[in-house]
Design a protein around this ligand. Structure first.
Ligand code: SF4
Ligand code: SF4
Length: 205
């Protein structure tokens, strides 16, 4: 059976990114990693919040019953920048595992990237990181105004990297490849009508 459209788009983006990065001089790779640094600090902050306040409910609700609403099949939109950032912090072996996983996907209800020990990405997509199901929101955030405000603060911080009403990392990383003549359906900052409108409106002011 051939690849699903979802897996094909993912695989093509991954191959394109890996090939492009392999052709860059070490200094340019360093520059890119440095540019991603503040985003990784933000990701650490989110991760600490989740470990501290959400791991209990997630363990009880999902990890012991394996009924998680997270990580459902084709349920996530991966941005092209997610692929680039992950590749910058992955070994050749890590990327090989992602490629063979996409190529040999047996199907089922769960995300293709969900391995026996969890997500196969080194730095998982931002949509996954910021997803909270209604149960987690009701159990943790709805009962504590302070926590709820902290989570809202993290959602606002996320926009500083992903929402193109100003120059942002996710658009910049796409642009690098776009300018090199490389295109992918995952380049939402360049291809999504909604995000293109946000960019166009912000440039008028
Ligand atoms: S966010 Fe919700 S669905 Fe995901 S692991 Fe936690 S409790 Fe389960
Ligand atoms: S990419 Fe990883 S975190 Fe995201 S849905 Fe798939 S397995 Fe879960």
């Amino acid at each position: 059976m051939g690849l699903s459209e979802y897996n094909r788009d993912q695989l093509e983006a991954l191959l394109m990114v890996q090939h492009y990065l392999e052709g860059l001089p070490a200094s340019e790779l360093e520059r890119l990693r440095a540019a991603v640094g503040p985003y990784l600090e933000f990701r650490s902050e989110v991760s600490r919040f989740q470990k501290e306040f959400l791991s209990e409910v997630c363990t009880q609700a999902c990890f012991t019953t394996r009924q998680s609403a997270c990580c459902n099949r084709d349920g996530i939109a991966t941005f092209f920048a997610d692929v680039v950032i992950n590749a910058l912090w992955s070994s050749v072996e890590d990327l090989r595992v992602l490629k063979t996983t996409l190529e040999n996907d047996p199907g089922g209800f769960k995300c293709v990237y969900l391995g026996v020990k969890g997500c196969l990405w080194s730095i998982k997509p931002i949509v996954c990181e910021m997803f909270l199901c209604d149960r987690a929101k009701a159990t943790v955030l709805a009962k504590d105004k302070n926590l709820s405000e902290r989570w809202e603060g993290l959602l606002l911080k996320e926009k500083r990297f992903t929402w193109p009403d100003k120059p942002i990392l996710f658009d910049d990383l796409e642009e690098l490849f776009w300018e090199a003549g490389l295109k992918s359906p995952l380049m939402y900052c360049h291809l999504s009508p909604g995000l293109r409108r946000v960019k166009a409106e912000s440039r008028k002011v």
